[in-house]
Design a binder for this molecule. Structure first.
Ligand code: FES
Ligand code: FES
Length: 229
């Protein structure tokens, strides 16, 4: 990893970050999974059916910790996730990533480093990409959160998801949800104007499989489809 890989708006030190660097603890990568590439890219298909789960009772996303109660300092978080109004009760220290994965069962967003360095946990908050592992869930109060599950429209993939399929822009797929969320932001921010600009904008999203060439190609293609290039 070079410094260049971290020098963009998702870098932990970037002034525009919504993240909180001290949230969470180190947890290893997800278990391996075997699914089709389309399923990887459209993880919202199954997860969207779990919308009723979004009305959760008291829960803590801190793995292994006891469930908080109002008397123990739990707060109510009212936010919108993938267009659904959500109310959850949580410990104030809970990261947005843990709420998404552990409380709302939206496991498309991956936990890689849990330290803001890999981009696997990238989601959008009010349209801006953030590293959800470094973002306190409480900061999503009154905001709109979009995860990979909320990107497609029913069976219709987002142009970025389709471009990743068309250009074979993944190998194991672990980094792919974060790559796609970062890529959509890259296009929307007007950075998909050249391969160099795309690489700079996407430098916070790491791929251990080294699929960078096809990822850049997919983003260029999707930008054309989205009319933003
Ligand atoms: S898991 Fe959040 S940046 Fe790596
Ligand atoms: S496709 Fe395997 S880490 Fe990116």
């Amino acid at each position: 990893m070079t410094n260049t890989l971290l020098e963009h708006s998702d870098h932990p030190d970037h002034p525009d970050r919504l993240d909180d660097r001290d949230a969470g603890s180190t947890v290893g990568p997800d278990r391996p999974f075997t699914v089709t590439r389309r399923a990887v890219l459209a993880t919202g298909a199954a997860a969207a059916a779990t919308a009723p789960l979004l009305q959760m009772e008291f829960a803590s996303a801190q793995t292994g910790s006891p469930l908080p109660s109002p008397s123990q300092g739990a707060i109510a978080l009212r936010t919108t996730v993938n267009g659904e109004a959500v109310t959850v009760f949580l410990d104030t220290r809970t990261s947005l990533l843990d709420v998404l994965r552990e409380t709302l069962n939206l496991t498309g967003t991956k936990k890689g480093c849990d330290h803001g360095q890999c981009g696997a946990c990238t989601v959008h908050v009010d349209g801006r990409r953030v590293a959800s592992c470094l973002t306190l869930a409480a900061k999503a109060e009154g905001r709109s959160v979009t995860t990979i599950e909320g990107l497609s429209s029913g069976d219709a993939l987002h142009p970025m998801q389709q471009a990743f399929i068309d250009h074979d822009a993944l190998q194991c797929g672990f980094c792919t949800p974060g790559q796609i969320m970062g890529a959509v932001a890259c296009v929307n921010e007007g950075h998909a104007t050249s391969p160099e600009s795309i690489r700079e904008s996407m430098s916070g999203n790491l791929c251990r499989c080294g699929a960078y060439v096809t990822i850049v190609t997919a983003i260029s293609d999707a930008a054309r489809r989205m009319g933003e290039a």
